[in-house]
Write a protein that binds this ligand. Sequence first.
Ligand code: SF4
Ligand code: SF3
Length: 550
Amino acid sequence: MFCYQCEQTMKGEGCTKIGVCGKQPEVSDLQDLTAYVLRGLALVAREARKTGHRSEAADAYFPDALFSTLTNVNFDPDDFVRLIHDIVRFRDELKGKAEAAGQALDLPEGPATFVPAPDYAGLLDQARETGLFDYPTDDPDIRSLMHTVLFGLKGVSAYMDHAQVLGKKDQEISDFYHDALAAGWDGKPMTLEDWVGMALKTGEINLKTMKLLDAANTETYGDPVPTEVPLGHKKGKAIVVSGHDLKDLHMLLEQTRDKGITVYTHGEMIPAHGYPELKKYPHLYGNYGTAWQNQQKEFAALPGAVLMTTNCLQRILPAYTGNVFTTGRVGWPGAPHIAAKPDGTKDFTPVIERALALPGFAADEEGGSAMVGFGHKTLLGVAGKVVELVKAGKIRHFFLVGGCDGAKPGRNYYTKFVEQAPRDTVILTLACGKYRFNAMQKALGDIDGIPRLLDVGQCNDTYSAIVIASALAEAFQTDVNSLPLSLIISWYEQKAAAILLTLLFLGIKNIYLGPSLPAFLTPNVLNFLVEKYNIKPIGTPEEDLKAILG
Ligand code: SF4
Ligand code: SF3
């Protein structure tokens, strides 16, 4: 195995024996093979669409399969074996359809002609030959950008997967999967500039995908409204829903009506409390626990069941084996999985039965609260007032302090940054990194009624943040780079990589990135980003605040 797709990669270089995330080498190799066979499907799909041949089922499979390979999503080798065979079947069906119609497909040897071994051992042997260094280039900078595009596309896939379950699709996005995965594998040479262009295009497609998901979420569940979320719990039976998939939460809320069970969000699900169509369920009470890296302690202490709808899943400890259910793309060997029926619905009875069999919380417990629900609709509603406050000198600067959380001690930077930000500054936040400071909401106070800490939502709600920044730029008749706004980003997995590419596509400069820089960027690629976009690694909160505010 060799994997360096996330921030916690071993020694900042690469995981080679086992993942720091707990990923076994076989799973890592099978994930690489999954990406490899997807390139084969992409090569065929790109050719076949020239003569009007498409497979909607195959197109929907690209995000599903790639999302499964994202950090902390799926650790079950059986799932990847199934995916690999499915992808090859899609590829051959599409090839057969185009050829039957008389098209001669121009396909090079490699992923487009790959035949998977029928048995597990044979498949693993093949998987070992399709790793990140078995790419068709000897140029380390091109390889670095090829990896950047792949990892970015994994992030896009997470968002596309959520949009798809809510009925959205988009041909331009599907075509980009073909183009990006086929690029470099078709025997046609690509320059470094071509690959930079492909990386920025990945950012553009990610923006489009986040917009599609925003529409899917808000059309289905309404526009988020400011909502106070209790961080304690109520006496009684409990189900905790983690991850990002709002549809799973909605289906579970329907199925737990009148069951005497209280439903809690966890991790990246906390913004769900702000959506009118979800908050209307009285048994959706509060948020349990904190960010994903604390789950082993928190799930062990939970007298209820857990449903993991997406990342971030950590190794399931014996203390709570049987209480954690996976669904969607998430998998853990031996953990009970709730699969979707052909019509997309899911039967969560096993989760409900488990929660009812477990003792539940013995008593009510207060735990403070956090505010969510400051999406673009709400914030644009107060944009006029915000602009007035800036003009009156009451708001000096905006910070977007957002992104992933993780276990590294260096991530305290983000907590300290928020604590030390002067009282005339406003902090927008999103994604799971906010757990480092979201309970400080009340202590941070407000500026003439505008809370100083505004939770925009999940990582995909970066779309909302971009809408808000663009509206501010318009109000001040300037561009986003000239606004009194700084981006202080924490990254961990590949959705953050996709978002970073989106910000670069938009030409946003002076981003502070941490806690460390991606291992998959070579020094040359990194230099390019520093020179063109002035990306900076985070320093100390004191130094960085001083540099920004002068
Ligand atoms: Fe290592 Fe991250 Fe890859 Fe897991 S996802 S194997 S921690 S680089
Ligand atoms: Fe967090 Fe895993 Fe990235 Fe959606 S839940 S941001 S790390």
